[in-house]
Design a protein around this ligand. Structure first.
Ligand SMILES: Cc1cc2nc3c(=O)[nH]c(=O)nc-3n(C[C@H](O)[C@H](O)[C@H](O)COP(=O)(O)O)c2cc1C
Length: 362
């Protein structure tokens, strides 16, 4: 039904407007007394085979909503009620900022992909913190931090530290995002000599802000890193005792695409997500798992569309998985379908020889 509605209505509307309206409708519905409970009853796949213990947290299920969908932490509980095992909000920046001029988000329907150059449009750390302070804490929440565009690279650390101090108290885990292609210079922070002091400063800031709990800290990386740079980030993560790595963000590559190249070129710059990202995202995951060993949490994101995709990531060493574009094309019941299919595969695996026994599966 959603596919038909998507084809008939949604695919003809501007992508960002559709997102805004769809998300507003979900929040409005979830605000009706009893509606969140009802949604949760319908969508949650209550199967212990899905449970994951990682980062000191009990995740009810391994598929989470990736950063970028709920940049301002407006609808965490509504999104959790759709059956996601966890939700990552942000990217939040220390200062509010409008993002890039519109249009800045495009569908490549033939490729089940999106291109976006939103540019961290968000109301800033203070507004997100105020909203999260009003929330009763239930369900796993990650908070993704980025650099304010107008802040010079030389001041980037102080900028991340400011948003971390403001938001760490509300986070089950924190993510340092140095991989979005739409903030000039941001991805340069992935270079190990810049990343080391940044991660150390954010770690210290989180500990200052929340002295009684060690909030897990992860870094999110780009799929466009050369293999040697992926290895370097992995080594740094191990050296610093980082809690995990999220791989990957969107790509600046434009291949392989079914959409004709001139059409794609017309859309301009931005990060490509969805199906075309699948192979590279999986390759980066494999590389990271080989580099960091069994101990570190890896969250795999990029091109997950089906339960089999999610299963393949877990089998390749992911502790958890996330998606954004698959949810856009799949609709509100999509997290439910993925978890249902995944539960079946994981049970079948347990009946036969396990593909891989992850130290972190509950
Ligand atoms: C419209 C859009 C906005 C995004 N915004 C963010 C963001 O603010 N921060 C971030 O870390 N990733 C952001 N992402 C990247 C996603 O979190 C994810 O890493 C990427 O899209 C690959 O996953 P997917 O193929 O399932 O979409 C965004 C993605 C899309 C499509």
């Amino acid at each position: 039904m959603y596919r038909f509605f998507y084809w008939l209505v949604l695919s003809r509307l501007p992508a960002e407007g559709t997102h805004r309206i769809g998300f507003a409708l979900l929040r409005a519905f979830a605000a009706i007394p009893g509606a969140r409970w009802l949604l949760d009853r319908i969508t949650r796949v209550r199967d212990p085979v899905l449970a994951v213990r990682a980062l000191g947290i009990d995740f009810p299920a391994p598929l989470g909503l990736a950063a970028g969908f709920d940049k301002d932490a407006r609808g965490v509980d509504a999104l959790l009620a759709l059956g996601f095992g966890f939700v990552e909000v942000g990217t939040v920046t220390a200062q509010p900022q409008p993002g890039n001029p519109k249009p800045r988000m495009f569908r490549l329907t033939r490729d089940r992909a999106l291109i976006n150059r939103l540019g961290f449009n968000n109301r800033g750390a203070d507004a997100a913190a105020q909203r999260l302070a009003r929330r009763r804490r239930r369900g796993v929440l990650g908070i993704n931090l980025g650099k304010t565009k107008v802040v010079a690279e030389a001041d980037a650390i102080a900028d991340y530290v400011a948003s971390c101090e403001r938001l760490a108290p509300y986070a089950d885990y924190l993510v340092v995002n140095v991989s979005s292609p739409n903030t000039p210079g941001l991805r340069d922070l992935q270079a190990v000599d810049k990343l080391r002091p940044l991660l150390a400063a954010v770690r210290a800031a989180a500990d200052r802000a929340v002295p009684l709990r060690k909030v897990p800290l992860l870094v999110k990386i780009a799929p466009d890193l050369a293999d040697a740079d992926v290895d370097a980030v992995a080594a740094l993560a191990v050296e610093l005792g980082l809690d995990g790595i999220i791989a990957t963000n969107t790509t600046i590559a434009r291949e392989p695409l079914a959409t004709p190249a001139p059409e794609v070129a017309k859309l301009g710059a931005g990060g490509l997500s969805g199906r075309p990202l699948k192979a590279r995202s999986l390759a980066v995951l494999r590389r990271l798992r080989a580099a960091v060993g069994d101990a570190m949490v890896l969250i795999s994101v990029g091109g997950i569309e089906t339960a089999d995709d999610a299963y393949d990531r877990l089998a390749a060493g992911a502790t958890l998985v996330q998606a954004y574009t698959g949810f856009i094309y799949g609709g509100p019941m999509w997290p439910h379908r993925i978890h249902r299919g995944l539960a079946q595969r994981l049970k079948a695996e347990r009946l036969s020889a396990p593909v891989r026994s992850s130290a972190t599966r509950a």
